[in-house]
Design a protein around this ligand. Structure first.
Ligand code: 5AD
Ligand code: FES
Length: 335
């Protein structure tokens, strides 16, 4: 197990040879613990309304330049159906924290995607009550993604002024307790983030025994208070990806869209130093341009089938295979 000091040293390392060796080690750990198959999860961004005002996020409620949209429940269902027709086996339903959708609506959506389409369902809809999480689990939801964004409580409060640090971690505990496969993660390169705090983040992934870890660079958005701040770098994202793989061993780790946004080869590189999941965007094209969490997001002009086949050729180009199963957690406690 790496210590905090060792992680910080890798994050600060200047010698490229050492970093190349770190990437190779992470790739071997990935191969040994999660294999060569890459899991595909269709991402449906079903609402860009958000009641929160996180300083980094383009969808924050104070951003009046966003054209807000909400897909209807039947529209979301049909989008999931289309994902199945593209050969996917699971969807991630993601939105801002949008109180418009009642838990009853969401439960019936989850139930119908589970039973009529036969998909594994992942939710990424933010902080909710224990009772809400329980009802969604009872309706059949399998997994939940909720990034804690940073373990640094001071930075957290500054960037998420209307969220409570302890509540976020409590949500992650509840989700695990309820039997969800739980994913969390961070942004790399947040303004004010230190190497020490990233090392704490990596150790936290292990401590809370996550089933999935999502990492991407922070990318500044012009209509936020952080506009003009520096973006996270691919190099740093890859280092954190590699270290997270080495520390967590068998967590599922996506090569994220944000990583593909800062570098055309970003996702391919992440897949070669620890990542084993891709999330092709399955959101109907007409909504995509409005789900701009950050600037210059890729795949805005693509239809779902384009992303589906683009990621497949990416995987094949790397000599890897597409997983033929739903990609459940590899941790023994889950499923
Ligand atoms: N740059 C990169 N990622 C971002 N996210 C939010 N805003 C940004 C940004 N400006 C990430 C957060 C959130 C996820 C859905 O998107 O980590 O949890
Ligand atoms: Fe969307 Fe490549 S993943 S075009």
């Amino acid at each position: 197990m790496l210590t905090k000091r060792q992680i910080v040293d890798f994050l600060e390392e200047k010698d490229e040879v050492v970093i190349e060796a770190l990437f190779r080690q992470a790739d071997q750990v990935r191969k040994k613990y999660v294999g060569d198959a890459v899991h595909l999860r269709g991402l449906i961004e079903f609402s860009n309304y958000c009641k929160r005002d996180c300083l980094y996020c383009g969808l924050r409620r104070s951003n009046e330049n966003v054209v807000r949209y909400r897909m209807t429940i039947p529209e979301i269902f049909n989008t999931a159906l289309e994902a199945r027709n593209l050969g996917l086996q699971t969807v991630v339903l993601q939105s801002g924290e949008d109180p418009h959708f009642t838990i009853d609506d969401l439960c019936s959506l989850v139930r119908s995607i589970k039973t009529d389409i036969g998909f594994a369902v992942t939710l990424s809809i933010g902080e909710r009550t224990y009772e809400d999480y329980k009802r969604l689990k009872d309706a059949g939801a399998d997994r939940y993604l909720l990034r804690f964004e940073t373990t640094d409580p001071v930075l957290f409060k500054k960037l998420k002024p209307d969220s409570v640090y302890e509540k976020r971690f409590r949500c992650l505990e509840w989700l695990a307790e309820l039997g969800y496969q739980v994913g969390s993660g961070i942004m790399v390169g947040l303004p004010g983030q230190t190497m020490e705090s990233i090392a704490d983040d990596v150790l936290k992934f292990k401590e809370i025994d996550l089933d999935m870890v999502g990492l991407g660079p922070y990318i500044s958005h012009p209509n936020t208070p952080l506009q003009g701040s520096e973006n996270g770098t691919l190099d740093m994202v890859l280092r954190v990806t590699a270290l997270t793989r080495i520390v967590t061993k068998n967590a599922h780790m996506p090569a994220t869209t944000a990583t593909g946004t800062i570098d055309a080869e970003g996702r391919q590189k992440a897949l070669q130093c620890g990542a084993n999941v891709l999330m092709p965007n399955s959101t109907p094209r007409k909504y995509r341009e409005h789900y701009l969490i950050y600037l210059d997001k890729i795949c805005i002009d693509e239809e779902p089938h384009k992303c589906r086949f683009c990621v497949e050729s990416m995987v094949i180009g790397l000599g890897r295979t597409i997983s033929s199963d739903a990609g459940h957690s590899l941790k023994s406690a889950s499923c």
